[in-house]
Design a protein around this ligand. Structure first.
Ligand SMILES: [Zn+2]
Ligand SMILES: [Zn+2]
Length: 241
């Protein structure tokens, strides 16, 4: 569905680290792409899952089997990882999300995965051969995390997306869903404050931090207006409110 429709990343340090594992049934394709980049898949030291949506962890169990690498995921998304189901309902960020929420593929059960490394806070990846840190960036889901390399590349999952799944290169946009839009925006701003050089997203081509900063200011005003009008959807214990 296009070159940047759903992304997985290969980070090259002393040892390679993979971020995200695509939809179910993509394990072989990701494995072959790792090899196509001149990296022995058996050398992969870690598979980091940015969050518990099935287009990001759908092939995690398969990719672990194919590479032998452990899987890392945040404790707050263990429910989805262990059941193979995303937390429901998905909370749309706008018309695209409302349309997509009806797509039954989003509600599939995928092969569950028990993370070998359970992330509970900021975590250095030196032990896995990569000069980078895993940063908790909750909001899109409670257990959303990003990977920030020492060189300044931020692999951001669905913290931010490229407009219309990458169809409008360079333009930041919300992904179709956020469990907690305000919390997500706060996480995005925390990451921008660390001055990343580039944002690599789950859907679409990379984004320039300066452009995302301006987008975040506009989004802050938009969410504030919605919140003031009592029209901001936020997940509660029992679903959506
Ligand atoms: Zn997501
Ligand atoms: Zn996604």
């Amino acid at each position: 569905m296009g070159r940047h429709h759903i992304n997985a990343y290969l980070l090259l340090g002393r040892r390679p680290v993979v971020v995200d594992a695509g939809t179910p049934g993509s394990g072989r394709r990701i494995h072959d792409q790792i090899a196509a980049h001149g990296v022995d898949p058996a050398d992969v030291s870690l598979i980091v899952l940015t969050h518990g949506h099935i287009d990001h962890f759908g092939s995690a169990a398969e990719l672990r089997r194919l590479t032998g690498a452990p899987v890392a995921g945040h404790v707050a998304d263990l429910g989805p990882y262990r059941t193979g189901r995303a937390r429901e309902p998905y909370l749309p960020t706008g018309p695209l999300g409302r349309l997509m929420a009806r797509n039954e593929n989003l509600h599939l059960t995928v092969p569950p995965v028990e993370p070998d490394v359970i992330v509970t806070g900021e975590t250095g990846l030196e032990d896995f051969g990569l000069a980078a840190r895993v940063m908790p960036t909750p909001g899109h889901t409670a257990g959303s995390i990003s990977v920030l390399t020492d060189q300044g590349d931020l692999v951001a999952g669905d913290l931010i997306a490229t407009s219309l799944f990458g169809l409008v290169p360079g333009r930041p946009a919300n992904p179709p869903f956020h469990d907690d839009p305000l919390r997500n925006l706060a996480s995005l701003r925390e990451m921008l404050a660390l001055n990343p050089t580039s944002l690599h997203v789950g859907h679409g081509a990379p984004l320039e931090p300066e452009r995302v900063r301006r987008w975040a200011d506009r989004e802050h005003r938009r969410l504030s207006r919605l919140a003031a009008a009592g029209r901001l959807p936020v997940r509660t214990e029992n679903g959506a409110a």
